[in-house]
Write a protein that binds this ligand. Structure first.
Ligand code: 4FV
Length: 249
């Protein structure tokens, strides 16, 4: 997957693109990421890229010329691509479709993503109307810029690309992958501050461990996110476990 990041603050991505899982994915050429400084495309001699909003109001809006020319520059690298291979232009915005695991899975199948990071009050609407394929939000709150949302989107999308994570199982049982929250995780030592790891996890009995983990997922979801239960793909055994959990409360 090719990812193009358009931002006024390239320095915000230092570290993020070279660390951890994403850093290794880039090293393995599973993901390629380029950062484009919108300010470099400002036509005025002062390299101004934002201005006051028409109609008044607080804050600044990203001007259409620098951002449009930056987008056109990036798109020119894809001019020979077939339509279905063109990267999706995504604007990170509180007005967007809220990012969840299902959307992340959909986006992980795209050949490329062009991520527009607004800042301050956002970007000129004419850029959205002309170039944006999809607005995506990371939640119903307002941030200073789209850079943090872009990092969140890149993280949750790229880890779903085959080969990025060591073991595909780690995706299958994660929170929200199957519509439930994940079970509790433990690691060495088996006893820490007199707190013991559940014995079943030390038993080596994979069937028992699997059943315990499913029960814990259901318990976690029922307690923390009961709204997910109505949308989850549950088996008859799941419903039996849920009934047991409800009866034990
Ligand atoms: C945001 C969000 C967000 C609004 C104006 C940056 C800010 C400026 N982006 N999910 N919530 N963006 O608050 O994606 O463009």
């Amino acid at each position: 997957m090719k990812i193009e990041i358009l931002t006024l603050f390239p320095e915000m991505f230092e570290g993020f693109l070279t660390s951890s899982i994403l850093g290794r994915a880039v090293e393995k050429n599973l993901v390629s990421i380029r950062i484009h400084n919108i300010r470099d495309f400002a036509a005025n001699k002062h390299k101004q890229a934002d201005d006051y909003p028409y109609g008044g109001g607080a804050g600044m809006v990203l001007m259409p010329q620098p951002l449009s020319d930056c987008i056109r520059h990036v798109l020119s690298d894809y001019q020979d691509e077939e339509a279905e291979s063109m990267p999706k232009v995504i604007y990170l915005s509180p007005q967007g479709k809220v990012l969840n695991q299902k959307l992340a899975q959909q986006l992980s199948k795209e050949p490329g993503l062009i991520l527009l990071c607004g800042h301050y009050e956002g970007i000129d609407q004419r850029v959205i109307d002309r170039y944006v394929d999809m607005e995506v939000s990371i939640g119903d709150y307002v941030l200073t810029g789209g850079e943090v949302p872009a990092m969140a989107l890149i993280d949750c999308v790229t880890r779903l690309i085959p080969g990025v994570l060591g073991s595909c199982e780690s995706i299958l049982e994660e929170s929200h992958t199957a519509g439930l929250l994940e079970y509790p995780q433990y690691t060495r030592p088996a006893v820490f501050n007199n707190d013991e790891v559940p014995q079943v996890l030390l038993s080596g009995d994979h069937k028992k461990i699997g059943n315990w983990r499913r029960q814990q997922s259901l318990k976690n979801t029922m307690k923390k996110r009961p709204d997910l239960l109505s949308r989850a793909a549950l088996t008859e055994e799941d419903y039996r476990m849920l009934k047991e959990l409800e009866d034990s409360n």
